[in-house]
Design a protein around this ligand. Structure first.
Ligand code: PMP
Length: 449
C-alpha cells in the first residue's frame, strides 16, 4: 500500500522530508488512544440513538460512511428541534412578552454552551452564523474592508477545503492581497519550511485547517499558531473537521479566530459558529447590515452594537443555535478520549482489511493512523474511477463520497483527479467496514483490471 501517492509524482518535485515532530496541540496531548471494544454497535452502543441508520437503500441496510460531509443526528437532537417549535418559538432580543424573553434566554444559553465547548473566555466571543463557509467569508470580507491593504500577504495551505481558499481568492481581486500556500509532504502533512519562508516575508493572516477533510491529517495547532504569531500574523483556524472529533480549547490553542459547522457535530444544518478573541472581533467591521446589529441609525451616521450582535444582522437561526447546544451536550457526554481511540481502532481495522482484500490496487492517502490522523480514509483503486466506485457502492447500500472533495489543491498535489472517501464517526462499527470491504471486492471483480 503506497501512502500519499508517492508513486504518482507529486507536482512539486522531490519528496519533502517529513516535517519535524511538532509539539502536541492541546487536543493531541489529551487524546492518547486507548483500546476500545469494537464489538459494540457504535461507541458505547450509541448506534441505536441514530434513527436514520435503521433505513435501507436498494434492499440493503444503510452503511453510512460520509460523516465528514455531514453527521447523522441522535434522537435527542431531533426531539430538541420539535420541542423548540412546540414550546419556545418567538423572535429574540425584541419582544417584551414572556415567550420572546424565554426564546432569547434559550438562544443566549446556547451561546454560552458553545463558549464552554470551545473553552472560550466569554460567550460574547461566539457569533452564530450559517456555518464554517459563512464564518470564513465574514472574516475575509471584514478584513478586506478594515484590515488588509493592497500587497498584504495571506497564507493558506494546499490542504484546505475550498471554503478556506475561495474567500481569499476573492481578496486577490479586491483589495489585491498576495495569496500564498504552504505545501504538503508526500505523507500528507504541512511543509514546515514553506511556512517559515512565507512568514519571513511578512504575513498579515495565516489560515489553516485543524483536520484535513481528505487526508485526515491533524495539524499541530498551537505550534503553528505560535510560529505565525512570532511573525506578527493573525491566525484563523478552520475547525469544521476538528470540532467533531477533537476537544477544542481556543485559549490553549492560542488562535485568534475559529470556525466550525453545527451539522458536522451532530447538530442541524444552517447553524455554525465564528469564535474570535474579543479584541479581534471588536476591530473587524460588520459584515452584513440589518436589524439588531445597530445602536443608532441616523440619516448621515450609524453606530453598531458590540460583537457578537454586530455580526448577527437580521433574525438569527434561533432554533438552530438551541438545537446545536443539545448536540454539543450529546457529543461532550461521549468522552473525547474514548471517541478518539474508538475511531483509531475502526480506521486501523478498516485499513488492514481493505489492504488484505484489495492488495496492490489500493492506494490510501494521508499520514499513517496515529496521533495526527483522524477518521477519514481517502483511497484510489487502480484503473477504476472513484465515481464508478461510489455508484456501485451505493447499489450495496454503502454511502461514501467520490470526487475532489472541494480540495482541488490536494488532488493536484498528489496527481489524482478524484478520490473515494469513507469517513467514520461514533455510530460506525466493524460491520460497516465489513460491508465496505465486501462491496469494494465486488467493484474490483466487476471493473478491476
Ligand atoms: N472546511 C472543511 C475542512 C470542511 O470539510 C468543510 C465541509 N466539508 C467546510 C470547511 C465547509 O463547511 P460548511 O459547508 O458546513 O460551511
Amino acid at each position: 500500500m503506497v501512502r500519499a501517492a508517492a508513486a504518482t509524482a507529486p507536482a512539486s518535485g522531490r519528496p519533502a522530508p517529513r516535517s519535524p515532530r511538532a509539539r502536541a496541540s492541546p487536543s493531541e496531548a489529551r487524546t492518547v488512544p486507548r483500546r476500545p471494544e469494537l464489538s459494540e454497535r457504535g461507541l458505547h452502543g450509541c448506534r441505536k440513538d441514530f434513527p436514520i441508520l435503521e433505513r435501507s437503500f436498494h434492499g440493503r441496510p444503510l452503511t453510512y460512511l460520509d460523516s465528514a460531509a455531514t453527521s447523522q443526528k441522535p434522537r435527542s437532537v431531533i426531539d430538541a428541534e420539535r420541542e423548540f417549535y412546540e414550546t419556545l418559538n418567538a423572535n429574540v432580543h425584541r419582544g417584551v412578552y414572556a415567550l420572546s424573553e424565554e426564546a432569547t434566554e434559550a438562544y443566549e444559553k446556547a451561546r454560552a454552551r458553545v463558549a464552554q465547548f470551545l473553552h472560550a473566555k466569554d460567550p460574547e466571543e461566539v457569533v452564530f452564523l450559517r456555518g464554517t463557509t459563512e464564518a470564513i467569508n465574514l472574516v475575509a470580507g471584514a478584513l478586506a474592508r478594515g484590515g488588509l491593504a493592497r500587497g498584504d500577504r495571506v497564507v493558506s495551505t494546499e490542504m484546505e477545503h475550498h471554503s478556506n481558499i475561495v474567500p481569499w481568492h476573492l481578496l486577490r481581486q479586491h483589495p489585491g492581497v498576495q495569496l500564498d500556500f504552504v505545501g504538503l509532504t508526500d505523507d500528507g502533512r504541512l511543509r514546515g519550511e514553506d511556512l517559515d519562508r512565507l512568514l519571513a516575508r511578512g504575513t498579515k493572516l495565516f489560515t489553516f485547517t485543524h483536520v484535513s477533510n481528505v487526508l485526515g491529517t491533524v495539524n499541530p495547532v498551537r505550534e503553528l499558531t505560535e510560529r505565525a504569531h512570532d511573525a506578527g500574523a493573525l491566525v484563523l483556524l478552520d475547525a469544521a473537521q476538528g470540532a467533531p472529533h477533537l476537544p477544542i480549547d481556543v485559549q490553549e490553542m492560542g488562535v485568534d479566530l475559529l470556525a466550525f459547522s453545527g451539522h458536522k457535530v451532530l447538530g442541524p444544518t444552517g447553524i455554525g459558529v465564528l469564535w474570535g478573541k474579543k479584541e479581534v472581533l471588536r476591530k473587524l467591521p460588520p459584515y452584513m447590515g440589518g436589524g439588531e446589529m445597530i445602536r443608532e441609525v441616523d440619516k448621515a451616521d450609524i453606530t453598531y452594537k458590540d460583537p457578537p450582535l454586530k455580526f448577527e444582522a437580521g433574525t438569527p437561526n434561533v432554533a438552530g443555535a438551541v438545537v446545536l447546544s443539545r448536540a454539543l451536550d450529546y457529543l461532550s457526554r461521549v468522552g473525547w478520549d474514548e471517541l478518539r481511540s474508538f475511531e483509531h481502532e475502526l480506521l486501523l481495522d478498516a485499513e488492514k482489511r481493505l489492504k488484505a482484500a484489495l492488495g496492490e490496487a489500493l492506494t490510501i492517502y494521508g499520514p499513517p493512523v496515529g496521533r495526527d490522523r483522524e477518521a477519514v480514509l481517502s483511497f484510489s483503486l487502480k484503473g477504476i474511477h472513484p465515481h464508478d466506485i461510489a455508484t456501485l457502492l451505493d447499489a450495496e447500500g454503502v454511502a461514501v463520497r467520490a470526487g475532489h472533495h472541494c480540495a482541488q489543491l490536494v488532488m493536484k498535489r498528489y496527481g489524482v483527479p478524484a478520490l473515494t472517501r469513507a469517513s467514520y464517526y461514533l455510530y460506525n462499527d466493524r460491520e460497516d467496514t465489513t460491508r465496505l470491504v465486501e462491496a469494494l471486492t465486488k467493484v474490483q471483480q466487476i471493473l478491476g483490471r
